[in-house]
Design a binder for this molecule. Structure first.
Ligand code: NAP
Length: 230
């Protein structure tokens, strides 16, 4: 049996092309479900995942989680090594860098270095607390409603995308955005805001991806299918 750790478009595409069980964390109340069998919820750390791999006689694990889902990737690497199950990371490439972007090492660092007063924040609900003490005005876009702490001056926009450049231009103009904060998630579904920022000459603060464990990595679904075939 193949286990796909999901929560991304690539994970859904892979699940539509192989017979596998997909696993979701359960953060989103109405998730886009992958094809095939799906399980939802945490495994209970490395120990829980290792036990799950044994109990379900898993032959291979493809980690197709989000580039910023650091904990599950670390856990999966360790659990697979412990149980002796082949492990692959599928990560889409990051955004194509543009000169002038302000690269930071974490969301907290982004919050301390905001070169603007009206911030378009697309780092997601879980990171909103990092901006709680910031005096700036925020337009924060996310999939699920946030919980405090969060910035005092905020407009929350619930939306899952995909987004197009014209829509992003309209949004950023109407809110008089003067800085965009985003993670280097990569992917065409979320790159329109970066093109809109370029056109509007809005500064971009971009959070670097966390490092990966020393596992095999591919950056396309085709690459993952090739690995599974072998
Ligand atoms: P995380 O910090 O790496 O993981 C925290 C805990 O959540 C893990 O230890 C694990 O719990 C559970 N978990 C995470 N992904 C799981 C999965 N696919 N299946 C089962 N359990 C999972 O993860 P996160 O950043 O909260 O992301 C959660 C999910 O949202 C992931 O599936 C990810 O692909 C997706 N996502 C994340 C982001 C982001 O910016 N971080 C953006 C879009 C989508 P146990 O220790 O109990 O096993």
């Amino acid at each position: 049996m193949i286990l796909i750790l999901g929560g991304t478009g690539e994970a859904r595409e892979l699940a539509s092309r192989v017979t596998a069980v997909s696993s979701l964390a359960g953060r989103v109340s109405n998730p886009a479900l992958p094809a095939g069998e799906v399980r939802i919820g945490g495994f209970g750390g490395v120990d829980g995942l290792a036990q799950w791999l044994r109990d379900n006689r898993v032959d291979a694990v493809v980690d197709a989680t989000h580039p910023f889902a650091r904990q599950i990737t670390a856990n999966a690497f360790e659990a697979c090594a412990r149980v002796g199950v082949p492990f692959l990371i599928l990560r889409r490439p990051g955004f194509t860098p543009v000169d002038g972007w302000h690269w930071v090492g974490s969301v907290a660092e982004a919050a301390r270095n905001l070169p603007g007063e009206r911030v378009f924040l697309t780092t997601g609900r879980q990171d909103l607390a990092e901006f709680a003490g910031c005096p700036q005005w925020f337009l924060a876009r996310m999939v699920e409603p946030p919980e405090p702490p969060m910035p005092q001056r905020i407009e929350v926009l619930l939306s899952r995308g995909p987004f197009v450049v014209d829509g992003e231009l309209e949004l950023m103009r109407s809110r008089r955005i003067d800085v965009l904060v985003t993670k280097d998630s990569g992917g065409s579904m979320t790159s329109a805001k970066l093109e809109a920022a370029r056109q509007l000459r809005v500064p971009v603060v971009i959070v670097r991806r966390p490092p990966l464990p020393p596992a095999q990595v591919v950056d396309t679904v085709e690459g993952a299918l090739g690995w599974l075939g072998r």
